[in-house]
Design a protein. Structure first.
Length: 119
């Protein structure tokens, strides 16, 4: 069974940086597609970024392009989200997600980590 555990969320001032981590376990993730999503209070969950586990191809939401970077460490089974130039509107609970193919919906989710950006 896939387990995803996020960490790294915190309170940070606008313009600051944070790095989120997602530790994945429970199976081999070769061929998987890993994503980061976020949900702000009163809003629907939205896509932030994703990465293909094997090749490392990345995709970003327009709202974070140029500020956030998704990466993975295959040896550590960990996916990262480096967030720079943070804005108050980035405040949300950030979730890590996994799917066995980009053709399928994300089927495994972490518990989330809170990111709060103060102005």
């Amino acid at each position: 069974q896939v387990q995803l555990v996020e960490s790294g969320g915190s309170l940070v001032q606008a313009g600051g940086s944070l790095r989120l981590s997602c530790a994945a376990s429970g199976r081999t993730f070769s061929g998987f597609d890993m994503g980061w999503f976020r949900q702000a209070p009163g809003k629907e969950r939205e896509f932030v970024a994703r990465i293909t586990w094997t090749v490392g191809i990345t995709y970003y939401a327009d709202s974070v392009k140029g500020r956030f970077t998704i990466s993975r460490d295959n040896a550590k089974n960990t996916v990262y989200l480096q967030m720079n130039s943070l804005k108050p509107e980035d405040t949300a609970v950030y979730y890590c997600a996994a799917r066995s193919s980009y053709l399928l919906p994300y089927s495994d989710w972490g518990q989330g980590t809170q990111v709060t950006v103060s102005s």
